[in-house]
Ligand binder design. Structure first.
Ligand code: 8Y4
Length: 283
């Protein structure tokens, strides 16, 4: 296993994430199209139950998102995003022993969810929206910066890179420096290669293969590949047939030193992580 040099404790609000091991982050989408009809309260209830199940299955973080990043998805207004995410963050913070990650780019959502007990800001736009850097800095929480060119809606399907790993690394370094300039200590930064964001299939595979290079930036890595198209394309599988491929990538990401795995299938991924850890702990 690749050992990384970065420190082993990440303070996340009222909890601490032990970065000497690999953690599973369960995905919790609160978008109207994610759940069948039944109204706002039924959806909230379902979301909270899903969070409970993921924590029982071994997730140490839950990533709560209220805005779809799928190309062509409807733009969600601030009030609507807050209305989806805030009650769920509030309930999880009160009821569960887990670090709440908030998948948002919206300054008001960053501030309000931090107040309600969020422990990590996960922004696929790397705090590039006006006011997002300041809002994140004011929370005192760690942030996950992810590589993406453009916006989820308009990110090209065939972007060009002369030096993929170098350009991803330079982007993350620039965003990390922007954080530091805004008052977010570098010790609070987590980095993410951004699989599936403005990358072709070949880019995704190549970046995954060479992700160790990002350890040179000195910060823990979060990897999100669960059920993504790089699995679907490599194996010719629909979204609901991508578990085995996703678990193969989870195991590989762990070997490559990733410390947080963002996944849909928590129980299965936790088994992968625990199995590898059991072997790695042997004489
Ligand atoms: C099937 C399953 C098809 C999932 C597409 C998807 C990441 C992320 C997303 C990531 C971080 C997604 C919010 C896209 N991906 N945050 N968020 N890293 N940090 N697509 O890779 O899961 S949403």
């Amino acid at each position: 296993m690749i050992s990384t040099l970065h420190p082993t404790r990440l303070p996340c609000g009222n909890r601490v994430l032990d970065l000497s091991r690999t953690h599973v982050m369960g995905i919790l989408n609160i978008t109207p199209d994610s759940f069948s009809d039944g109204g706002r309260f039924a959806q909230r209830d379902l979301a909270i139950r899903h969070a409970v199940a993921m924590v029982e299955a071994g997730a140490t973080l839950i990533d709560v998102g209220g805005e779809s990043t799928r190309p062509g998805a409807k733009v969600v207004g601030v009030a609507e995003e807050l209305d989806r995410v805030a009650p769920v963050v509030d309930a999880i913070a009160r009821e569960l022993d887990v670090i709440i990650s908030v998948d948002t780019s919206t300054p008001q959502v960053i501030s309000e969810t931090a107040r309600l007990g969020a422990g990590l800001i996960n922004d696929v736009r790397s705090l590039r929206r006006p006011g997002a850097l300041q809002a994140a800095a004011d929370t005192g929480l760690p942030v996950c910066l992810m590589h993406m060119l453009g916006e989820p809606g308009d990110m090209q399907d065939s972007p060009h890179y002369d030096d993929l790993v170098g350009e991803v690394s330079a982007f993350l370094d620039e965003r990390m420096q922007a954080c530091v300039a805004a008052g977010i200590p570098v010790e609070r930064v987590v980095l993410d290669p951004g699989f599936g964001f403005a990358k072709t299939h070949e880019h995704n595979l190549s970046l995954f293969r060479h992700m160790e290079a990002l350890h040179a930036l000195g910060r823990p890595l979060l990897v999100g590949v669960s059920r993504k198209s790089m699995v679907g394309r490599a194996l010719n599988r629909t979204v609901d047939q991508r578990l085995s491929g996703s678990l193969a990538l989870a195991a590989m990401a762990m070997f490559k030193g990733a410390r947080i795995l963002r996944v849909h299938d928590v129980a299965e991924t936790v088994d992968v992580v625990r199995m590898i850890a059991a072997v790695e702990a042997a004489e």
